[in-house]
Design a protein around this ligand. Structure first.
Ligand code: FAD
Length: 443
């Protein structure tokens, strides 16, 4: 329900943005008894890209107490992944790693709405259709300026708080305000474009294709394929298919959205296997969207009275469905840092520095996964190696397998070695065949 009540003049925490990161942080802090005001510029449910979730996201759901609501939403369980990368086909299933809970393919409008409503039910005050304009940090208690588009509260206003959480996603309000937003070199030339289809076929964990009549009976995999100019995804949802392309921006440089749509359709329909899977599918007119420059990081993601979490702090590349996972992780550490600063204001600077290191550490990990390297661009390799030492082995092993099958893991292996993790430390290890090579797919 949209909150049309008066926006207060002060509170403990202002959260800017109601995506997975903002909702998770708002929930955790509201549960601790802090007054949390969350501003979301859209009215939920709103569309969002990023429908493939990896199984370790459940631990964050358990922590915030939203698990039963996610289960009730009845999203499609997925069994694993199949990649066609440079002509080699690999298949892996989550159960082979020992996961006993499924990964999901989620309609992000629904998923994000469940999380936002949960934050509200746990005590956060949520105002939708309120856009944050900036934050004044000249006072130790930051003043957040906003513009409300709601009837009843329409117009500009200000609210003072003790802590600000920037969870505005790609808008990255604070990174832009601080001029600390840096595009990731080596990845700045890429653009994500995606659209939706009904009908068509999907691939199951056995490498065979299935029609819509099998949805709910045969679990899909997230299907990824490299192509001449990047890579593409196929994500089966309950009643539509999400198809996306990561391509070199130069391909569409001078195109308007009208020209991009036919380009998108002809490109995806020409990728081997996608062609067959989409043969009988109907494109949902006008559903194509795109995002340039999604790969960036902030050189100043945290301070004594603020934290930039989820995509607002950094994002590299969606290839390993790591975005929502990173959003939940960074929200959790930010909630911890905010609460620690409230309890020990004399140590707020230290908690800000600690949060910054944690955020940079996780960004470095995502970067090493996505780009196959981890040096430069705001990444401290030693921090990343430390994270690898403390990660559950099952999570590390799965990410290692994922990066291996898309030929991005040379540095990953090197880091694991430096972290003292040997191949034999993994229960049965990638070498024992958790990522199987397939000759062909039966589509
Ligand atoms: C092409 C592509 C494919 C992806 N695929 C996957 C995937 O398969 N799996 C996965 O896990 N991740 C994927 N991701 C990443 C994933 O979408 C993000 O990591 C995730 O949504 C981050 O959550 P967030 O809460 O930080 O930001 P968001 O989900 O972007 O939420 C930010 C919110 O802030 C609001 N907002 C923005 N500006 C303001 C403002 N001024 N005032 C108030 N509110 C504001 C927005 O309306 C939005 O609701 C993908 C990303 C891209 C670009």
């Amino acid at each position: 329900m949209v909150n049309n009540g008066n926006i207060p003049k002060s509170c403990d925490v202002v959260v800017m943005g109601g995506g997975p990161a903002g909702s998770h942080a708002a929930t955790l802090l509201a549960q601790r008894g802090y007054e949390v005001v969350l501003f979301e510029k859209a009215r939920f449910p709103r569309p969002m890209v990023g429908e493939s979730l990896i199984p370790h996201f459940w631990k964050f759901m358990d922590h915030s107490g939203v698990t039963s609501k996610i289960e009730a939403a009845d999203f499609l369980a997925k069994a694993g992944g199949i990649t066609v990368w440079n002509g080699r086909i690999h298949q892996f299933s989550f159960s082979a790693f020992g996961y006993d809970r499924p990964a999901l393919h989620v309609e992000r409008d629904v998923f994000d709405d469940v999380l936002l409503r949960h934050a509200e039910s746990e005590g956060a005050t949520v105002f939708e259709e309120v856009s944050v304009k900036g934050v004044d940090f000249s006072d130790p208690k930051p003043i957040v300026s906003y513009h409300s588009m709601q009837d009843g509260t329409r117009g500009a206003g200000k609210i003072q708080c003790r802590y600000v959480i920037d969870a505005s996603g790609n808008s990255s309000i604070l990174a832009k305000q601080f001029k600390s937003r840096r595009l990731v070199e080596g990845h700045r030339t890429f653009l994500g474009m995606w659209g939706y289809f009904t009908g068509g076929k999907y691939i199951g964990v056995d490498g065979s294709s299935y029609g819509t009549e099998s949805i709910g009976k045969v679990a899909p995999v997230t299907f990824i394929s490299s192509h001449d100019d990047g890579w593409a995804w196929h994500i089966q949802l309950k009643d539509k298919i999400s198809i996306g392309l990561i391509i070199n921006t130069s391909n569409v440089k001078r195109m308007g959205k009208k020209e991009m749509e036919p380009y998108f359709l002809s490109t995806v329909r020409n990728i081997p296997y996608f062609k067959e899977l989409l043969e009988d599918a109907t494109y949902q007119e006008g559903s194509m969207a795109f995002r340039p420059d999604y790969s960036f990081y902030s050189t100043k993601p945290a301070g004594p009275n603020f934290g930039c979490i989820g995509d607002a702090g950094a994002f590299v590349d969606p290839i390993f469905s790591h975005g929502c996972q990173a959003a939940f992780y960074s929200a959790s550490v930010c909630a911890w840092a905010a609460e620690s600063a409230f309890r020990r204001p004399d140590r707020a600077e230290n908690y800000g520095r600690l949060l910054q290191r944690r955020l940079q550490q996780h960004y470095g990990f995502s970067r090493s996964l996505a780009l196959g390297d981890y040096g430069g661009d705001g990444v401290d390799p030693d921090l990343v190696i430390d994270l690898m030492k403390s990660m559950p082995l099952v999570e590390l092993e799965m990410m290692l397998v994922a990066s291996d099958i898309s030929n991005r893991s040379t540095n990953f292996h090197e880091m694991a070695k430096q972290a003292g993790i040997l191949e034999e430390d993994f229960a049965d290890g990638i070498m024992s065949g958790k990522a199987r090579v397939l000759d062909t797919l039966n589509v």
